[in-house]
Design a protein around this ligand. Structure first.
Ligand SMILES: Cc1cc2nc3c(=O)[nH]c(=O)nc-3n(C[C@H](O)[C@H](O)[C@H](O)COP(=O)(O)OP(=O)(O)OC[C@H]3O[C@@H](n4cnc5c(N)ncnc54)[C@H](O)[C@@H]3O)c2cc1C
Ligand code: FES
Length: 264
């Protein structure tokens, strides 16, 4: 798998909500090789603090030139990134990891929660562009409507007509958890394959629903990552049978079959 190190110039920095930003960068080597579900390691400052790069999913590629990231400010690195402006540059390594597998699917349902929605946009665009598989349903969840920002409209604008929403507080769409939408909106005539990314408890609920309904499921995992390139072993997750060596999210993932990993 090809990986590149690019000094990427910032083209646009958009603030979508008080905490969420969308960053567009010129990174032609990464843009032209990226697959949905892959990520980049981003240097968030030119100084030594924070020293470590931060992992961010590829939100979309624009042509063969630009990479877009969507991130939430949660700490020092993402705060420093949010202060950067067009014309500034950051070091990017990528595309990293394994993305989603679309081969041989009859119908795909994307289930995203919070910032886990970021990589699913790239995936939805790829499915709609290639019409593989022909059937797509998108389920998006957040704690409250404001956290979804423009995302529901973004999905509808690219042609994901069947997009359904859930918020924990009922301010938009279904009042409850996004996993509850699976049974409500997926019709039994298709052999559904689920792709999910979001907070661990949300994905666990999605995996449980899939087990109950007999659907195949791919999960995109997030762990703390120090290197992103399989050198530090800091991103270990246990296998489903708790045997053998741990899996590493940066190398073996971030996308796994749900039954490969343990849901503790
Ligand atoms: C493969 C992968 C893809 C990711 N994609 C995205 C994305 O598209 N958009 C996005 O907003 N975030 C994404 N993340 C999470 C993102 O990497 C962290 O939010 C970021 O590194 C925090 O850096 P910071 O310096 O701002 O915060 P820090 O100061 O490092 O930490 C602030 C707080 O966030 C927690 N935290 C830090 N990193 C993680 C993590 N990886 N998982 C859970 N909690 C964490 C810390 O424990 C701490 O409580 C992804 C993570 C991984 C592993
Ligand atoms: S982040 Fe270093 S091995 Fe995965």
């Amino acid at each position: 798998m090809n990986q590149f190190e690019e000094q990427a110039e910032i083209v646009r920095q958009e603030q979508l909500t008080p905490e969420i930003y969308r960053l567009t960068l010129n990174a032609p080597d990464i843009a032209s090789n990226a697959r949905p579900g892959q990520f980049v390691m981003v240097q968030t400052t030119t100084s030594y603090d924070p020293l470590l790069r931060r992992p961010l999913s590829i939100h979309q590629t624009i042509g063969n030139e630009q990479v877009q990231l969507m991130y939430k400010v949660v700490g020092k690195g993402t705060r420093m990134l949010s202060a950067m402006r067009p014309g500034n540059s950051v070091q990017l390594t990528g595309p990293l990891g394994h993305g989603f597998d679309l081969a041989g699917k009859d119908a795909i349902c994307l289930v995203g929660g919070g910032m886990g929605i970021a990589p699913l946009y790239f995936l939805a665009r790829e499915i709609l562009r290639t019409n593989t598989p022909p059937k797509l349903v998108v389920l998006l969840g957040a704690r409250t409507a404001a956290e979804l920002g423009p995302l529901p409209r973004d999905f509808q604008d690219i042609g994901a007509i069947e997009t359904f929403l859930a918020t924990d507080d009922g301010t938009l769409g279904h009042h409850g958890f996004v996993a509850e939408l699976i049974q409500k909106h997926l019709t039994p005539e298709h052999n559904w394959s689920i792709c999910t990314c979001g907070p661990h408890p949300m994905m666990k609920a999605v995996v449980n629903q899939c087990k109950k309904l007999g659907y195949e499921c791919q999960v995109s995992l997030e762990t703390m990552m120090a290197c992103g390139i399989s050198a530090c072993l800091g991103c270990a997750v246990p296998r489903s049978d708790l045997s053998g060596p741990y899996l590493h999210v940066c190398k073996d993932g971030p996308v796994f079959k749900a039954d490969e990993v343990a849901w503790l």
